[in-house]
Design a binder for this molecule. Structure first.
Ligand code: COA
Length: 258
């Protein structure tokens, strides 16, 4: 598939997605969300791809939010549809992907941009990154999962402060609250650092990693007992070729080949 708003690349075990609307600070319009869905789906099906790294084009922004120009004249019904469709197509889709996704936050991650980073499994920020959910300044609330995922990461108190003030936190503050896993000191280092994490992930069983993502996500699903999901997923691992390879390699004192 050819893309107009994103660039995708493959190298070794990693799929790279760059949101490419730098003149609009990579704001997520409908078309970009659709293309991101397709790209994530495509990469998740690719057996060679063990990790996906997503970032924004240019030096200023990861994603400065949902495209405000696109929904400025929406009514309540259209607003609900926008949030429901976006959550399903992109944000929940990424969170539930079998392949781990690392967000390389290279600048502003605001509104839908921070929501996208939060839907990813791991976040790394460059020191110029600024993050926030400024929707209340537009008379809105976060609609792509932000009211749920931000408290999960930073706790209810800090989340409500960020959401009600609409203010931004810098990379160090985001790190101190657990919003990002790591901060690197320059944009040049950002992808290199993410690749180091990707290399470590790629050494491990992709089947086990997919199960681990599913079990961790279960903790955040209503009416689902995460411990039960873990027991089921743990048991199922025993029937996989990766389990045979992983345990055989250990006993034979060699590196596993997954
Ligand atoms: N939706 C649509 N367009 C956006 C956008 C968004 N979320 N964020 C930035 N842009 C566009 C601007 O309209 C501008 O386009 P133009 O050159 O055609 O006028 C371009 O990107 C550059 O943005 P600009 O505001 O000039 O850059 P800046 O450096 O002065 O400010 C921000 C950067 C991020 C502080 C500012 O762009 C901003 O506040 N963006 C909106 C953030 C937001 O509210 N996101 C949540 C949306 S729900």
């Amino acid at each position: 598939m050819s893309y107009q708003n994103i660039v995708i690349e493959y190298a070794d075990h990693t799929g790279y997605i760059t949101i490419d609307r730098p003149k609009k600070l990579n704001a997520l319009n409908k078309e970009t969300i659709k293309e991101l869905h397709e790209a994530f789906k495509e990469m998740d099906l690719e057996e060679e791809v063990r990790v996906i790294i997503i970032t924004g084009s240019g030096e200023k922004a990861f994603v400065a939010g949902a495209d405000i120009a696109e929904f400025a004249d929406f009514d309540a019904k259209e607003g609900k549809k926008l949030a429901a469709k976006g959550q399903k197509k992109l944000f929940d889709f990424v969170a539930k992907l079998s392949t781990p996704v690392i967000a390389a936050v290279n600048g502003f991650a605001l509104g839908g941009g921070l929501e996208l980073a939060m839907a990813c499994h791991i976040r790394v920020a460059s020191d110029n990154a600024k993050m926030g959910l400024p929707e209340v300044s537009l008379g809105l609330i976060p609609g792509y999962g932000g009211t749920q995922r931000l408290p999960q990461l930073v706790g209810k108190g800090k989340a409500l402060e960020m959401i009600t003030t609409g203010g931004m936190v810098d990379a160090q503050e985001a790190f101190s609250h657990g919003l990002v896993n790591h901060v690197v000191s320059s944009q040049e280092e950002l992808i290199v650092f993410c690749e180091k994490i990707a290399d470590k992930i790629a050494r491990n069983s992709p089947l086990a990693i997919a199960s681990a993502i599913k079990a961790v996500n279960a903790n955040y699903e209503a009416a689902v007992n995460g411990f039960d999901v873990e027991i089921e997923a743990f048991g199922n691992c025993f029937g996989t070729k990766d389990f045979t390879e992983g345990t055989s390699a250990f006993l034979e004192k060699r590196k596993p080949k997954f």
